[in-house]
Ligand binder design. Structure first.
Ligand code: MRU
Length: 374
């Protein structure tokens, strides 16, 4: 997508052809700054400290982290060390495991001297595939927005509520939940987005609002608790969120607070969709609430808030009494029964019908687990 008229992806190779460059998302929306990654340690730090975040981008970054590690040392021991170091960075987004498994499988069968080059090729393919997948999610999802627009005889605007950031910043390009919105906007549908601020890290207010603004999409930032009120008053036509991990049965894990939005949508008859690229599906899991590991982050993200002061400096301030305990659960799970549908790169389906869209994946995993084949 474009930033001040220049096209960017969220991750790319530097001019030297080996170092990796990313946009430092901890500086947005105040500052657009590019960071160069040269080592495995720098890459792991960029994921852990959320310079890059969002499930698909975490996967692509981890793939490049493997390249940087193999460039220095391509022995089996180094390959396994890199795999483990990156796997430990963030526990919930399953794209991380998916990308690491993918790169490891490709390079492991090669002699060490050919591993780094093969990893770079695979990381580039993973990135390109992500762009194509998100584009396809946009093509399928835009029909849902267009349906609303036609139902209301092309009057007014279509109001979509989203949570956290599942835009191009969370992926390599396009985004997941925001891809249908960009495609709707580009095709002339007047779409307006309610942007949940998304405490504690405010990915909605900082990142989603920033990227929608760059693209000229109408939007309004709301506090996390406003969604239910808006739905009661007919001000939300549909909700679209992203996902960090979706089970084979269609339970959707996403940023903390998503579940409460889905409950409010259910109570008010508002359609609730998640945009689900296939690498975010964990075919080994069937019960999201019980089985998906939920990341718990530093309590300081809850008791402090970061922003730009009037002097232009980015500062963090306390918003809680010193010594109060705080808990920071980063994700929650919305059961399949609360989802109107899932938007995948292969089309829109009911949450319970994911396996029908991806029969080859569902079959292989259930077989391997010894479960009954559907
Ligand atoms: O903690 P983050 O910022 O990495 O969380 C990811 C998210 O922004 C969302 O949960 C998102 O909807 C899934 S990624 C497309």
């Amino acid at each position: 997508m474009n930033v001040a008229g220049k096209h960017y992806r969220t991750i790319w190779l530097a001019e030297d052809g080996w170092a990796v460059e990313i946009i430092d998302q901890t500086r947005l929306p105040h500052e657009f700054s590019v960071v160069r990654l040269e080592t495995l340690a720098e890459t792991a730090h960029a994921i852990m400290d959320m310079l890059v975040r969002g499930a698909p981008l975490i996967g692509a970054t981890a793939a490049y982290g493997m390249c940087l590690a193999l460039r220095e040392d391509a022995a089996d021991s180094s390959l396994e060390r890199a795999y483990r170091a990156l796997m430990e960075t963030r526990p919930t987004a399953v794209n991380l495991r998916w990308a690491l498994d993918d790169v490891r499988t490709v390079v492991k069968q090669l002699p060490p001297e050919r591993r780094a080059a093969a990893a770079y090729r695979r990381a580039a393919e993973i990135s390109d595939d992500d762009v194509a997948r998100c584009g396809a999610i946009g093509d399928h999802g835009v029909k849902l927005i267009d349906d609303v627009w036609r139902r209301r005889e092309k009057k007014g605007r279509v109001n979509v509520l989203t949570h956290c950031n599942a835009g191009w910043l969370a992926t390599v390009d396009w985004g997941t939940a925001l891809a249908p919105i960009y495609k709707a906007h580009d095709s002339g549908i007047p779409v307006h987005v309610w942007v949940d601020e998304t405490r504690p890290r405010n990915q909605g207010a900082s990142l989603t609002a920033w990227e929608l603004k760059q693209h000229g999409v109408a939007h309004t930032i709301i506090v996390d608790n406003a969604g239910g009120h808006l739905m009661q008053h007919g001000m939300v036509d549909l909700c679209i969120t992203g996902t960090d991990r979706t089970t084979a049965t269609g339970d959707v894990c996403n940023k903390i607070g998503t579940y409460l939005k889905a409950l409010a949508a259910h109570d008010n008859g508002v359609a609730f969709y998640a945009a689900v690229p296939s690498p975010s599906i964990d075919w080994t899991l069937r019960d999201g609430v019980k089985d998906i590991p939920i990341e718990q982050r530093d309590a300081g993200e809850v008791t402090r808030i970061t922003g730009r002061d009037d002097a232009g400096d980015i500062v963090a301030v306390s918003i809680a009494p010193a010594g109060s305990a705080a808990a920071n659960y980063a994700f929650d799970v919305t059961p399949a029964r609360l989802m109107t549908g899932l938007i995948t790169e292969r089309g829109v389906c009911k949450a319970s019908e994911l396996a029908e869209l991806f029969p080859e994946k569902a079959k292989v995993t259930t077989k391997a687990q010894g479960h009954q084949e559907r």
